[in-house]
Design a protein around this ligand. Sequence first.
Ligand SMILES: *[C@@H]1O[C@H](CO)[C@@H](O)[C@H](O)[C@H]1NC(C)=O
Ligand SMILES: *[C@@H]1O[C@H](CO)[C@@H](O)[C@H](O)[C@H]1NC(C)=O
Length: 220
Amino acid sequence: MENALLLCVFMSHWHFLNALFTVDVPQPQYIVEYGSNVTMECRFRVNGQLKLHDLSVIWEKKEEHTKEVYKLHKGKENFNNQHSSYAGRVKLFKDKLQFGQSMLQVTNVKPTDAGTYLCLIGYEGADYKTITLQVKAPYRNITKRTVIVQRTAVHNEWELTCQSKGYPKAEIIWHNGEHQDFSDKFGDPCSMALGKSQNCPTSVSHMQNVDNALQRLYRH
Ligand SMILES: *[C@@H]1O[C@H](CO)[C@@H](O)[C@H](O)[C@H]1NC(C)=O
Ligand SMILES: *[C@@H]1O[C@H](CO)[C@@H](O)[C@H](O)[C@H]1NC(C)=O
């Protein structure tokens, strides 16, 4: 809200001074893995030596209620309105500003960080560009367990357990060695939203008279 106002002020105030001031993004989209770090960048023109006290930089995340990620107001960092989800996780590389680079590092990226970011610069004019961030968490570590629960002369019952964590939500398919699809014989597939709960409920399924090994595939 306040930043929208600030942008309006930037725009109206600086528009007449220099209508040619533009912000550019060398990379409009970043795709990173959950838990890693990302450095997003936007660029502006600095003529000669940077006058830091004339520079304002705002990074915000576009949502229904815009979240302020980072603010440098007239050369001074201001974290008063920073959204709590970014506290302690963002850093602007100030030594890059002299080259016209606004580089923002976000550490320990979470799935909730995914979305559209605005990079606003007020210097000899004002402009902004958007950058999108995608967060991935591959289903790498899939653990499997097979236990026989009941064995009678007519009837074998097995419990097949399979667990993994990832994001976005996976489509899960079970099939046997003949590539027959058994998915509909299983209950709700295990899935979880990373960042909300760290404990993925173990997916347990019972099957009767299964001779072939079943495979569970995580696909997303
Ligand atoms: C992310 O950045 C932090 C702080 O700079 C560093 O300590 C950490 O090792 C980095 N993590 C990765 C996965 O590069
Ligand atoms: C894979 O999962 C198992 C069981 O949860 C865990 O003990 C192991 O450390 C995990 N391995 C990796 C590489 O994350």
